[in-house]
Structure formats: structure tokens, C-alpha cells
Design a protein around this ligand. Structure first.
Ligand SMILES: [Zn+2]
Length: 393
């Protein structure tokens, strides 16, 4: 059963408010808020909320805190374009044609996302909850001075910054999104108090093109950034064994006080924007790994956010519901609730998934072999470049 071997789960918080769905780049954009709305609906209909599991509204997030990590000219530009998306702005701010178009209200919407992730971190750090999940968060590509990859303000980084201000001395950020968690890594690459770990499709094949295994952090903080790149076709078993071989021992050696995990699910075999080959069941296994680590290494202090994931109906709602079920220690039915299926049809016209499980992926022997070789070379490079900085031989 979910949560077994992880010790009694205390209070768990789901950070949500319909207002967060205003982080919306408009129709046709991959990062559509309906994926989170359908997630929250599925979480409610599967009985995960209640009896110590509470929904919490994201509190306000003030600009003064934003400016701790984001440059004022960038924030000014976001605010200006938020009021008038047609206004002119330098392309260096990353807003406009392309991945991250300006939209009306994007400044307050982005602040709300930041408020949600920081609240998740605050509740866990201050002991109000053991675990907290903010499915609308996880905008890990946002940079100090520009937006990128659908991300405007970097909510995971701002939550980590808040934890450091609150006295945390060892924070571990694990990013399982298919895209390299470049923004969070950049903001803490010189800070040995923050270990950022990103497992992703290699930048040779995928945006943002960074996250090579040789990127291990800045001077004075070597080993505080860790990257495990994979080749296209990397399947669940291989992803998990690579995690077990080098990421698990790294986290145990760093012994963080709190774990923050970005749970992007664009690693799925059918994701339209990437090329890995995980199933929803594989992701469920990843979540149980992270849950166990949170209990065994940092007294259960586990904060999680959403992230990427562009199969809006088929994948995102199921896997983030599985993540929350893992957090609450509650069991999900095999089938998705009929009421939810009807809602999916009503709102999207799409064919809703009937089960929380999927058949294993079949790949060509050549693809499997290529993925295995690439994973093995990443794992051995990771072992020799990163682990020695944490006393792991
Ligand atoms: Zn992604």
C-alpha cells in the first residue's frame, strides 16, 4: 500500500485555488491549466482530501521577495506586459513570440504560483504539515533576468530562498521533469547549502540544451549541482535503476533537512514534447522512492510541485493524483471514477483514461540498447564527478 515503510503520515496539504488557473498562456498552448484542474478534481473524487489532508489557498507573494532572485527590470517588464501584452519589450526578457508569450494578468498569476510553492515549503518547514503538494508550481526554467520554457518567475527557487532565510542549512531539490531544471540550478550553483539534482533527457536532444553530467556547481560549491542526462527511449526500469545507483546515495550522503521535488511528468512515453519512455506506473514508483527518502533522510519533510507534462488528459491528472496518494498514504482505486471520466468528456471531448495503470512500453532492442549505454555512461560519470564531493566512493 502507498506510504508503507515510510512511517505514519501526519498532516498533508494540497495547495490549490481556482485563481492559480489564471497562469494561462491561452488556447492551444501546451501548459494548459485544465491539466491541473482535472488533477484536483480527480484527487477530490478519489477521496484523498479530508481527515488531516487539507486544501490550502496560496497566500499572497510580495514583489520585494521576488526581487531577491529576479532582476527589477525583468519584473518591471513582466508587470508592464501583464497590463498590456501588446506593448513593446526587448526580446531579451524572453516574453513574446515563441514558448512564453505575454498574456494579460501574467504578473499577478505568476505571483500566485510563487505564493503557493512558498506556502508548501513554509507549512512543511514550520511543522504544520509533513508533506505538501502544489501541482500548479514547478516553473523551473525561469531565469533571474528572463522568462523561458513557459516559466516566468521561478517558484521552486523562491521557496528554497525562503527556506534559507528561515534558517535551513541543507536543502535538496530533485527535478524529475524531462527538461533540465536549469533555472533552479543556476540560482544556487554557488551555494553549498542547496543540492540541486536534475534527471532529464540530454540537452543534446532537448530544450534547454544544458544539464550535462560535467555541470557540478560553482567554485566553492562543487558537487552542489548534479545532472543525470538520459538518451531518447530511456524506459522506466533504466531510469529507476540509475536513480537507485547514484541519486539515492547522493541524497543520503548530503542528508538534507528538507526535500523539494519538481514532479514534471513529460517523461511519459506519449508526451508530445519529449522522447523518454516512462509509464504512469513508473512515475508512481518514482514517487514512492522520493517519499521513502523523505522519511528516511529528513524526518518526512517533503515538498512537491508539478511541472511539465503535456498529455493534458491522458497523463497529468493520473500521475499527480498518484503522487498525492503517495503523500497521503491512501490507496487509489484501479479504475478512474466515472464522474471524473464524464467531466473529462464534457470539458475536453477527449477519451478519458479508465485505469490508473498502463501496459509496459515496448521498444526496439536497438533503442533499448542505445538508452542503456547512454544511462550507464551518465551513471558512471556522475559517480566519479559528483559523489566524491560528498564522501561517497
Ligand atoms: Zn519539462
Amino acid at each position: 500500500m502507498a506510504g508503507e515503510g515510510t512511517g505514519a503520515v501526519g498532516r498533508v496539504a494540497l495547495i490549490w485555488d481556482e485563481a492559480v488557473a489564471s497562469y494561462d498562456f491561452g488556447s492551444g498552448h501546451p501548459l494548459a491549466p485544465i491539466r491541473v484542474e482535472l488533477t484536483v478534481d480527480l484527487i477530490r473524487r478519489t477521496g484523498l482530501v479530508g481527515n488531516g489532508v487539507d486544501e490550502v489557498r496560496p497566500p499572497e507573494f510580495h514583489e520585494v521577495d521576488l526581487l531577491r532572485l529576479h532582476r527589477d527590470d525583468f519584473v518591471d517588464t513582466v508587470r508592464r506586459l501583464s497590463n498590456d501584452p501588446t506593448a513593446r519589450a526587448s526580446s531579451r526578457y524572453g516574453l513574446g513570440a515563441g514558448d512564453t508569450p505575454a498574456f494579460p494578468g501574467m504578473h499577478p498569476a505568476s505571483l500566485l504560483v510563487c505564493g503557493g510553492t512558498r506556502e508548501a515549503a513554509r507549512q512543511v518547514w514550520e511543522g504544520e504539515a509533513d508533506h505538501a503538494f502544489h501541482p500548479s508550481g514547478g516553473l523551473h526554467h525561469a531565469m533571474p533576468d528572463h522568462a523561458a520554457g513557459f516559466c516566468i518567475y521561478n517558484d521552486p527557487a523562491l521557496a528554497i530562498d525562503w527556506l534559507l532565510e528561515a534558517g535551513a542549512e541543507r536543502v535538496c531539490y530533485v527535478d524529475v521533469d524531462v527538461h533540465h531544471g536549469d533555472g533552479v540550478e543556476l540560482m544556487f550553483r554557488d551555494d553549498p547549502r542547496v543540492l540541486t539534482i536534475s534527471l532529464h533527457e540530454s540537452g543534446r536532444y532537448l530544450f534547454p540544451g544544458t544539464g550535462d553530467v560535467t555541470d557540478i556547481g560553482g567554485e566553492g560549491a562543487l558537487g552542489s549541482a548534479a545532472n543525470l542526462p538520459f538518451a531518447p527511449g530511456t524506459y522506466g526500469e533504466l531510469w529507476l535503476s540509475s536513480f537507485d545507483e547514484v541519486v539515492d546515495p547522493l541524497i543520503r550522503a548530503f542528508a538534507p533537512e528538507i526535500l523539494i521535488t519538481q514532479l514534471g511528468c513529460d517523461t511519459h512515453v506519449n508526451d508530445p514534447l519529449a522522447h523518454l519512455a516512462l509509464t504512469v506506473d513508473d512515475m508512481g514508483t518514482i514517487y514512492s522512492r522520493l517519499h521513502r527518502l523523505a522519511h528516511e533522510v529528513c524526518d518526512g519533510r517533503w515538498v512537491a510541485t508539478g511541472g511539465g507534462g503535456y498529455r493534458l488528459v491522458e497523463v497529468v491528472p493520473r500521475v499527480w493524483t498518484m503522487a498525492f496518494a503517495e503523500m497521503t498514504g491512501r490507496t487509489l482505486p484501479v479504475e478512474t471514477p466515472m464522474g471524473w471520466q464524464e467531466l473529462v468528456v464534457a470539458r475536453t471531448g477527449a477519451n478519458p483514461p479508465r485505469s490508473f495503470h498502463e501496459d509496459p512500453v515496448t521498444l526496439s532492442p536497438a533503442m533499448r540498447e542505445q538508452a542503456r549505454e547512454a544511462a550507464h555512461s551518465s551513471v558512471s560519470a556522475f559517480r566519479s564527478l559528483v559523489l566524491p564531493h560528498h564522501g561517497v566512493r
